[in-house]
Design a protein around this ligand. Structure first.
Ligand code: SF4
Ligand code: MG
Length: 334
């Protein structure tokens, strides 16, 4: 399968009066054409910082992509000029955010906002732009598109607004769509409809999707692969099956235990005790050490290597690191 995106050793920092926050610390992942990769983790783990970096939306300063590369079809986006980035954003790579209200301009009609991107980036006539806008309204399931184009954002429900935001993101036919918590602001039934819509859009357009979320229920519905982030690092990656049925990192296991299960009505959730480490001075070893029930002496001192459990499943945990056996052997000898 063709790789459309490859992120290698990405580091993002934020300089504050209190010091430098190491928000993203050596992140690696890739995305194939037509697949959905979910990046999951608690708030503050660096998932939005990562996706903003791909769009080159890191506010500089105080933010900075301090190391690494973001290869989109082999081109390193960390190195392109802002002018070129402007022609990539919204055209080749689009992004949608959590709150559909702030993403839309309340003073412009939906039609104007839909056609704006087309007119700006592609040299299309007014009638072709309108035709395309109507097509997009249809794709995202908005009834009476002809009339609806003339209306303003406040005339739509939250779910409909998010459909419009998705239509705007897709109108220039991007290859990559980044969705940062796209359903968090919506109620559960609408959430389910929007997630279904993502699936249908992917089938119809072949767009690749990076989904940023803290919600494993959302992930279960639409992800092909999952990357779990913790304290600025990806600590486990695998197919949806591997992560849900054979999670190997104690943090991933803890996350899954804290997901409410419909079949276990009334059973208590077990959130993971403790809090993530301070990213001003993150630990050099495994960042989960302080919360991990299996932590060993080595965990705190040395970051575990990449352990490949299958062609798609990878974890960073000393429980799976080959070197642990040697280290343990050494410590018993002593
Ligand atoms: Fe726990 Fe150690 Fe694995 Fe980190 S490396 S998750 S502390 S066992
Ligand atoms: Mg976020």
């Amino acid at each position: 399968m063709e790789k459309i995106l490859e992120v290698n050793n990405l580091h993002v920092t934020f300089t504050t009066y209190g010091g430098t926050v190491k928000a993203v610390r050596g992140v690696n992942f890739h995305l194939h054409k037509g697949e959905t990769l979910a990046i999951v983790g608690e708030s503050g783990c660096g998932k939005s910082v990562t996706s903003n970096a791909i769009m080159r939306l890191t506010p500089e300063p105080p933010g900075k992509i301090s190391q690494g590369e973001i290869l989109f079809h082999g081109k390193d986006l960390t190195k392109v000029w802002e002018k070129e980035m402007r022609s990539i954003r919204g055209v080749d790579i689009s992004m949608i955010f959590q709150d559909p209200m702030t993403a839309l301009n309340p003073t412009l009609t939906i039609g104007t906002q839909l056609m704006e991107g087309l007119k700006q980036h592609q040299n299309v006539s007014g009638s072709d732009a309108k035709k395309k806008a109507l097509e997009m309204m249809d794709l995202v399931g908005i009834p009476n598109p002809e009339e609806r184009l003339k209306q303003y954002p406040h005339q739509f429900s939250g779910g409909m607004r998010q459909r419009i935001v998705i239509a705007i993101a897709l109108i220039c036919e991007p290859e990559l769509l980044i969705a940062d918590e796209p359903t968090t602001a919506l109620d559960v039934t609408i959430q389910a409809q929007i997630l279904e819509l993502f699936g249908r859009i992917q089938e119809e357009t072949g767009v690749s999707i990076i989904l940023i979320t803290h919600d494993l229920g959302v992930v279960a519905k639409i992800a092909d692969r999952i990357a779990v982030m913790y304290a600025g690092k990806i600590i486990e990656t695998g197919t949806k099956r591997e992560i849900f049925y054979e999670p190997q990192h104690p943090y991933t296991q803890g996350l899954l235990k804290s997901v409410p299960r419909l079949d276990l009505d009334g059973e208590k959730l077990t959130p993971i005790d403790g809090t993530p480490p301070d990213l001003f001075s993150p630990p050099q070893g495994c960042p989960f050490t302080a919360r991990c029930p299996f932590a060993m002496e080595v965990c705190d001192k040395v970051y575990p290597g990449d352990s490949k459990l299958s062609g798609t499943h990878q974890v960073n945990c000393w429980l799976q690191d080959e070197r642990a056996k040697q280290l343990l052997a050494v410590s018993t000898v002593r």
